[in-house]
Design a protein around this ligand. Structure first.
Ligand SMILES: [Fe+2]
Length: 291
């Protein structure tokens, strides 16, 4: 996908004053209080493509990093909260780190309880590696974070899809690589042979990808990336939201015959959140006509 976003716009999160904040603020003390603030957002959906109810949990933008992100203790808390929802599947929509993953074995161990409990699928975000990350003190490729997911037992999706069985339902999970990473290929991710008979969940880190995906067969698209704007100021809005389409900054959207969810995620750059609490999202998918 070559249609792009202005590189200057994409780089601004890690430039100039943002780097200064990262270096100077007492981030650790802010992180310690994060776990208590995470809320569980619940969404009810009906679909004729499921025979029995299924429950999905979305986790996004964990942003583990000892200094500027959330701690392993906070990751433990997020994982515990997700496990407590007792879903049928965990879906992770990228940005597991901020810059580098210096304790990758410990991080994988912290995430592993998810996949030990239920199937878990994950895609990558712009912070996990690739073109954008290489310009912003991150990894030029996805080798490190691919190993973290593999060690954690999380099925990595990268411009491909997988069919999984959840209760009495076949559910297809389509996973895209990240737009800013420079390897966003929906034409490869969707299996042209499938007839969209299954409930299909599309994982795409950046909600700005929506216009490129409307011609493909899916039912529920899960995104993160925006952190909901992270800092939402009365009368001003969310000036640092890294998307072009501010309409999809945060929330659940009914698009007619399908749905989009843009979660605020649980981590965030510098852990500065104002009027934008961190969240995990629980989706209850019910057979049509039963609610
Ligand atoms: Fe993020």
């Amino acid at each position: 996908m070559k249609k792009g976003v202005d590189p200057k716009f994409k780089d601004r999160l890690m430039s100039g004053s943002a780097r200064l904040i990262y270096e100077l603020l007492p981030i650790g003390s802010l992180c310690a209080r994060l776990a208590a603030k995470i809320r569980v957002t619940r969404v009810e959906i009906q679909s004729s493509k499921v025979k029995t109810p299924i429950k999905l949990v979305q986790l996004t933008d964990l942003h583990y990093e000892p200094k500027a992100g959330i701690s392993l203790q906070d990751i433990d808390a997020v994982v515990s909260l997700a496990l407590a929802q007792n879903p049928d599947i965990f879906l992770l929509t990228g940005d597991y780190i901020i810059h580098k993953c210096r304790q990758s074995d410990e991080y994988a161990a912290a995430l592993k309880p998810l996949a030990q409990a239920k199937p878990a699928f994950g895609i990558f975000g712009n912070h996990d590696g690739g073109r954008w990350a290489s310009r912003c003190h991150g990894y030029p490729n996805l080798d490190v974070m691919s190993k973290v997911l593999a060690d954690a037992g999380i099925h990595r999706l990268y411009n491909n899809n997988a069919l999984t069985r959840l209760r009495d339902n076949s559910v297809r999970i389509v996973g895209l690589s990240d737009l800013w990473a420079g390897d966003f290929h929906p034409e490869a991710a969707f299996d042209t042979t499938h007839q969209h008979e299954e409930f299909t969940v599309l994982l795409s880190h950046n909600p700005d990808t929506l216009p490129y995906l409307m011609d493909y067969p899916w039912d529920l698209m899960l995104s993160g990336h925006t952190h909901g704007g992270q800092v939402v100021l009365p009368g001003i809005g969310a000036p640092w939201t890294p998307v072009k389409n501010m309409e999809h900054r945060r929330g659940f959207f009914n698009l007619g015959d399908r749905y989009l969810n843009v979660a605020t995620g649980t981590g965030g750059l510098f852990q500065l959140r104002i009027n934008c609490p961190p969240e995990i999202t629980v989706f209850n998918i019910q057979p049509a006509g039963t609610v």
